[in-house]
Design a protein around this ligand. Structure first.
Ligand SMILES: Nc1ncnc2c1ncn2[C@@H]1O[C@H](COP(=O)(O)OP(=O)(O)OP(=O)(O)O)[C@@H](O)[C@H]1O
Length: 249
C-alpha cells in the first residue's frame, strides 16, 4: 500500500518508469511540484523532459509508478479520465504553436474558454486582454498565416493561460524563438503564472532559461541528477544543478 502524497504538492510522482516502443525514456522518476511554483525541467535532448511532462500531465500513461494531482491518483485513470483531467485542469504550450489556421488570433485564444462553457462576450474579452498582455493585441484579428512564428507562439501562450488552469505545462516553449524573444515570452509566461498563482512546469534544454524558475530539476538519460538548491534569483544556474526542495519568493 503506497503512502499518500504530501498535501502541499499539486503534482506528485513516485518511481515513474516509461518506455516508448521498448526504448526507456524515464527510469524511475520521483518529483513533487508545489502549488503556485514555477518548476523547470532541464536536460539535454533525449533526456526525457517531454516524456516526464507527458506523464505528469496525463497525456501518457506510466508503465510503472504513481502520479497524483491534488491528492487524486492519475496513474489509475483510463483514457477518458485522463482526457477530462487534461481538458479541465491543465494548460499546454509546446515548441510549436499549433494554432487553428482558419481562426483569428483572438478566436484561437477564445476557443478553449468557449469550449469550457464561457459566454461569447466573456471569452472574447478575456482573449483580447491576454493578447494585449502578451504584446500581440494589435494582431488580434489576424489569422496565423499572416503572422511570424514568435507572434504565433505568444498567441499559443495566451491560449494556454486564458482559462487560468491550475497547472500549465510548457514543453520547450521557446524552441522556435531567438534569444531575445525567448526571454520575453518566458518572462511573460512566468510572471503571468505567478500573478495568477498558477503552477508552471517548464521543460527547456537551455540551461540559461532555468533562471526564470523557482526550482529546477535536471534529467539525464531518464534519471534525475543530484539534488541541489532552488534556482538563485538573478543568476544563471548550470543544467541539472538543482532539484526541488524550497519555495519561491
Ligand atoms: N514517440 C516516441 N517513439 C520512440 N521513442 C521516443 C518517442 N518519444 C521519445 N522517445 C525516446 O525517448 C527518450 C526521451 O525522449 P524525450 O522526447 O522525452 O526527451 P527530451 O528530453 O524531451 O528531448 P528533446 O529535448 O529532444 O525534446 C529519447 O531516447 C527519445 O528518442
Amino acid at each position: 500500500m503506497s503512502a499518500a502524497p504530501p498535501d502541499n504538492d499539486v503534482l506528485w510522482a513516485r518511481g515513474i518508469v516509461k518506455s516508448h516502443y521498448g526504448t526507456p525514456a524515464l527510469r524511475g522518476i520521483s518529483i513533487g511540484v508545489r502549488e503556485g511554483e514555477v518548476l523547470a525541467v532541464t536536460g539535454p535532448r533525449g533526456s526525457g523532459k517531454s516524456t516526464l511532462l507527458g506523464c505528469l500531465s496525463a497525456q501518457l500513461p506510466v508503465d510503472e509508478g504513481e502520479v497524483w494531482f491534488n491528492s487524486s491518483p492519475v496513474h489509475t485513470l483510463g483514457r477518458a479520465g485522463r482526457e477530462r483531467l487534461r481538458r479541465d485542469r491543465f494548460g499546454f504550450v509546446g515548441s510549436e504553436p499549433h494554432l487553428v489556421p482558419e481562426l483569428t488570433a483572438r478566436e484561437n485564444v477564445a476557443l478553449p474558454l468557449l469550449l469550457a462553457g464561457a459566454g461569447h462576450k466573456a471569452a472574447y474579452t478575456a482573449a483580447t486582454e491576454w493578447l494585449e498582455r502578451l504584446d500581440v493585441g494589435d494582431i488580434a484579428r489576424h489569422r496565423p498565416d499572416r503572422l511570424v512564428q514568435s507572434q504565433c507562439q505568444r498567441i499559443a501562450v495566451a491560449r494556454a493561460l486564458a482559462p487560468l488552469p491550475p497547472v500549465v505545462f510548457a514543453d520547450d516553449p521557446t524552441a522556435p524563438l531567438h534569444r531575445e524573444a525567448a526571454e520575453q515570452v518566458l518572462r511573460i509566461l512566468t510572471s503571468a503564472a505567478r500573478s495568477h498563482q498558477l503552477t508552471l512546469v517548464l521543460a527547456t534544454h537551455d540551461p540559461e532559461l532555468i533562471r526564470f524558475a523557482d526550482r529546477a530539476v535536471g534529467l539525464v538519460d531518464g534519471r534525475i541528477t543530484a539534488p541541489a538548491a532552488p534556482v538563485p534569483r538573478g543568476t544563471v544556474a548550470p543544467a541539472g544543478a538543482s532539484v526541488v526542495t524550497a519555495t519561491r519568493r
